[in-house]
Design a binder for this molecule. Sequence first.
Ligand code: SF4
Length: 336
Amino acid sequence: MRLPVFYFRILEVIALTNNILFVDHLEKYFFTYQGIVKAVDGISFFIKEGETFGLVGESGSGKSTVAYTVVGMYRPTKGKIIYKGDKDISQDSRKRPLAIKKEIQIVYQDPGTSLNPSMTIKDILELPLKVHNISKNHEDRIKKVKELLEMVQLPVSYTYKYPSMIGGGEKQMVAIARALATNPSFVLLDEPTSALDVSVQAKLINMLIQFQKKFKLSYLFITHDLSLMRNVASRVAIMYLGKLCEIAPSSEFFKNPLHPYTQMLLSSIPVISDEEEALKPKKIISKGEIPSPVNIPPGCSFHFRCHKKMDICSCEDPIITEVNEGHTVRCHLYTK
Ligand code: SF4
């Protein structure tokens, strides 16, 4: 991948500043009988303390693989993950210090599978307290479990229920309570609302925003729902076939989307106000579907679907260009 010199300088500066997370040229490849799956293919981004960084992409774009690699479930094929400015956490979770594991938590998409059905809610919430030695004794842990349930607005009477005895939204509240039990600094939210009803989604998002303020949390919010990011994320990144197409502050992102893929996604999301309608790109008909990551097309991987495709696009992979401050795009249209 060819990158301009200034891009490396930006990355050096970013690595030295006190961000909660810096992902540097991260690659995660899977070696299968069908071929090499480049799920994450050389991406770099940073997340500032206290911000919500939205990572958006279709199914198969590699966004969840990014989350699982950052949290330590996968070991990177190449590249670095730096936590709080100077802690290299690129190794898998078995080698991570317990103190770092305590600070980085994850909420999964499907609470139905992320909560052990054979454990009571008390056992589920008590486990991280035991592992991280947070409470002094059993009474102290029970008290903390009840506080966690109250924090996510669930009745204390749920303490001895099993996950199968409560609703989907309530299960996700338990999953959030479990993530916050260790008093983390950084939480990865992997499509936390996509399995829930719309009314529950709004409640959960409001809760996450309140917790962020109260506990000074930083979020990596992964979703396929771009409209959700308008009110939640401080910065938004778009991922396609393992690569980042565009990163921008939210205000700039929704006013001035540059990458043809971003424009295509934004043109198809529903809006509720005239102001949002005015900012929406003209309708672009979505062509095709995301190809298999085993057979990534040469050149720009989006060229089969792109409404602005040029001759160069099918043979040369575009470089990342910074178009405005903090607004980067990977497309030949913006290469000087
Ligand atoms: Fe479209 Fe070419 Fe830009 Fe890729 S590089 S998004 S094919 S214009």
